[in-house]
Design a protein around this ligand. Structure first.
Ligand code: GLC
Length: 740
């Protein structure tokens, strides 16, 4: 293809507009969320876009095709962030990119990097953290991984898209300072570090204007200030004015509809939409298409390296588990006899629902994973669970639903079958949710006495699921445990403790649940989040001590939901059907709030236990002209090999601006350190990372700053003070300016 400008000048206006408007859901790769229109005359192929953050989301079955198209389900982003391991996340991104490539996908619609503003955000599992630096660094690594496979990555949802309630129309009212320091920051970091091919503009309005129709956001900030050169697409059917979208900065309207082509054509004809603007959008699209595998005529194998990807999925799951409590209960001895409670032990929730879902060949349940390692699982307890669900299958409403769907599918064996197979996955969603709502306390005390007698340990899995389209619910059965779950935990703890046996709880959850009221009843709590298809194998590896847990919380785990500052106004006003939400907490999101206003969380940002212990020493800080260089050693002083996450928080000791008590400005995940051994750690913090936005520009205020090195935001091991001798100011493109 000759140069893009030449090409653009050869295109008719109709061809240009047909490029800007998507061609709907993909026909080339069934189940992929989108496709662009080709311009065959000029050798411009259609390219395919598919979700999602935890693996490629395409239909696993195709009408009249006897091969299958299952994918590898990876752990969700909240788990990846819990690993604090950028290399590992890049490896996951690369594996997903390779899988996308082999299935004929050109652009992956991931990662999501909105902020964990509330613990009950519906898509919390699809986002990394409450902290913008951790989110941005994670996203950058993920993008680098995906794009190293030749597939484009898409940062989403740009911007301030932190709730599902009324997501298509909700107006987010937020200060420019909070936008720049918290919500825009992760996108800025990821764009500058990893140059993603695309950004997806979000559904919501931002200070009154749809993100997809927002010149300030899409042109001034994204392009002029940050120099973003990729493609801006809309979220699917976002906004309400395609002409405005193209005028303000959108290159690609997804999924695309005919009437949108007509609207753009009319706008061009009546002079509302200039050819100059259209050419700008088309040039961005041509630049993307000419980088695509389709354009390079790559021949997808439809046979990705499942085994290698399964190993990466397992490795990532293991490193993202967070050990919250351990009173001499873990690791278990491998010959342990385990009484396994909780439906999630047998039907482990691998991921969240909606566009962030993925359809794997299998999910290894906790029970299967433990059995594979030779653990003896109490048969009677297992049988009760299987019967409980089986009865529901056999006699529950699920059968009618399933039977009617299958009959319809067979009766109308045509392309509708595909949709129904997809509906099959909607059915799976209903099943998941129903299964999770079966009562747990089905065991009389005398039964539990017998079980405690004959087993070494009780393991209770608490599972939740959440989905795009709905926020989680501040009720029992979602954020709060149900009475039957609480009763199960307390009765098992009482009876097993009477027999001198330990009780371990696994949290198979998309985000935090209420924990403060029951955590002291049990001996260990391990958060396994939504760990992907290798779930049970990862659980077995950690519970049996093959690997020491090394995950750290990427968000604050509150004692109660309503201590979270944003919950006062979530999900907006009017409460029952919000049209506007005010981010009144401003920059005080997560630990920035808890630490500044001295509120005690259940577990702090960056918290996580290990089977071993680490000591930090030999701190040296060099305050160089453009960066702060921190070096120290980390020593494993315990009995297990383990990995540590060294976190660097910066606390202004004097400031004219209102500023959070401290902010994460650097981190490092060590390699595996053997008992008695050390790792030398060096962390470099660019000086402009210390800047705050004062409403007009960025400023690093002069004065003393405490550099705090910790194993969490509240377990500070070493600290030292540096002095910034004079104010340093930057404009919003980070060019140095005179501080006025
Ligand atoms: C959805 C989601 C977005 C996804 C897109 C395509 O509505 O918001 O994350 O990539 O549509 O499925």
């Amino acid at each position: 293809m000759n140069d893009p400008d030449q090409l653009v000048s050869n295109m008719s206006i109709m061809e240009k507009i047909s490029l800007i408007v998507g061609a709907g859901f993909s026909k080339i790769v069934p189940g992929a969320a989108g496709e662009t229109n080709p311009v065959e005359r000029l050798g411009i192929p259609a390219i395919v876009l598919s979700d999602g953050p935890a693996g490629v989301r395409i239909y696993p079955l195709r009408l009249g095709v006897n091969e299958t198209f299952y994918v590898t389900s990876f752990p969700n982003e909240i788990l990846l962030a819990s690993s604090w391991n950028l290399e590992l996340v890049e490896k996951v991104g690369k594996a997903i990119g390779e899988e996308a490539r082999e299935y004929g996908i050109d652009v992956l619609l991931a990662p999501g990097l909105n902020i964990h503003r509330t613990p009950i955000e519906g898509r919390i599992f699809e986002y990394f953290s409450e902290d913008p630096l951790l989110s941005g660094e994670m996203a950058a690594s993920y993008v680098q991984g995906v794009q190293s496979a030749g597939v484009g990555a898409t940062l989403k949802h740009f911007v301030a898209h932190e709730q599902e309630t009324n997501r298509l129309i909700i107006n987010v009212v937020v200060s420019e300072r909070a936008l720049r320091e918290i919500y825009l920051r992760p996108f800025e970091i990821a764009i500058k570090k990893a140059k993603p091919w695309a950004v997806m503009a979000a559904y919501n309005k931002l200070n009154g204007v749809y993100c997809t129709q927002n010149h300030w956001l899409l042109t001034k900030v994204l392009r002029e200030e940050w120099g973003f050169e990729g493609v801006v697409m809309t979220d699917w059917d976002a906004g309400n004015d395609p002409v405005e979208q193209v005028k303000t900065g959108v290159d690609l309207i997804m999924p695309g509809r005919d009437e949108i082509i007509r609207k753009l054509l009319n706008a061009f004809r009546n002079g509302e939409l200039s050819e100059d603007i259209i050419n700008k959008r088309v040039r961005n699209l041509i630049a993307l298409i000419t980088k695509s595998l389709k354009y390079k005529k790559y021949n997808p194998s439809n046979k990705p390296s499942y085994d290698e990807h399964a190993r990466i999925s397992l490795e990532a799951a293991i490193e993202g588990f967070v050990l919250l409590e351990n009173k001499d209960a873990l690791p278990l001895k491998s010959a342990s006899r385990i009484a396994l409670f909780g439906k999630g032990s047998y039907w482990t929730v691998k991921g969240g629902l909606g566009s962030g879902d993925s359809y794997p060949k299998y999910v290894v349940s906790i029970a299967d994973g433990l059995r594979e390692k030779g653990v003896i699982i109490d048969e009677e307890v297992e049988r009760i669970y299987r019967n409980m669900v089986h009865r529901w299958y056999e006699y529950g409403e699920s059968t009618q639903l399933y039977k009617s769907m299958t009959e319809t599918a067979l009766k109308e064996a045509n392309s509708l079958l595909i949709e129904l197979l997809m509906t099959h996955y909607v059915y799976m969603m209903i099943e998941y949710i129903k299964v999770m709502h079966l009562p747990e306390d089905a065991f009389p005390d005398e039964f539990l006495e017998r079980v405690a007698e004959r087993n070494d340990v009780a393991l209770i899995t608490i599972s939740r699921i959440s989905s795009e389209g709905f926020d989680r619910f501040p009720v029992k059965g979602d954020f709060y445990l149900r009475d039957d779950e609480l009763s199960l935990i307390s009765r098992i703890s009482k009876i097993f403790h009477k027999h001198g046996k330990k009780v371990v709880v696994l949290l198979n959850v998309p985000g935090p649940v209420e924990i403060h009221s029951w955590r002291n009843l049990v001996d260990a709590i391990l958060v396994i989040w939504l760990p992907g298809q290798e779930a049970g194998r990862a659980v077995a590896s950690v519970l049996l001590g093959e690997t020491s847990p090394s995950g750290k919380l990427p968000l604050t785990w509150p004692k109660d939901l309503y201590e979270t500052p944003s919950m006062k106004l979530h999900p907006g006003v009017p409460k029952d059907n919000p049209v506007e939400v005010l981010y009144a907490e401003d920059i005080y999101v997560g630990y920035r709030y808890y630490d500044t206003f001295q509120v005690e969380p259940a577990y702090e940002f960056g918290y996580g236990l290990s089977y071993t212990k680490f000591e930090y020493d030999n701190l040296v800080i060099r305050n160089k002209d453009s960066e702060i260089e921190i070096s120290l050693i980390v020593k494993n002083t315990g009995d297990y090999p383990g990995k540590e996450v060294v976190q660097v928080y910066v606390r202004p000791l004097r400031s004219r601006l209102n500023r959070p008590f401290q902010e994460l400005k650097g981190f490092h995940k060590t390699k595996l350190i053997k008992p008695g051994e050390v790792e030398e750690v060096t962390i470099r913090i660019p000086l402009d990372y210390l800047a705050s936005f004062n409403g007009k520009h960025w400023i690093v205020e002069s004065g003393p700053y405490e550099i705090r090195i910790g194993s969490s935001s509240r377990k500070i091991k070493l600290a030292s003070v540096i002095e910034i001798t004079s104010d340093i100011c930057y404009d919003t493109s980070w060019k140095r300016i005179k501080c006025n």
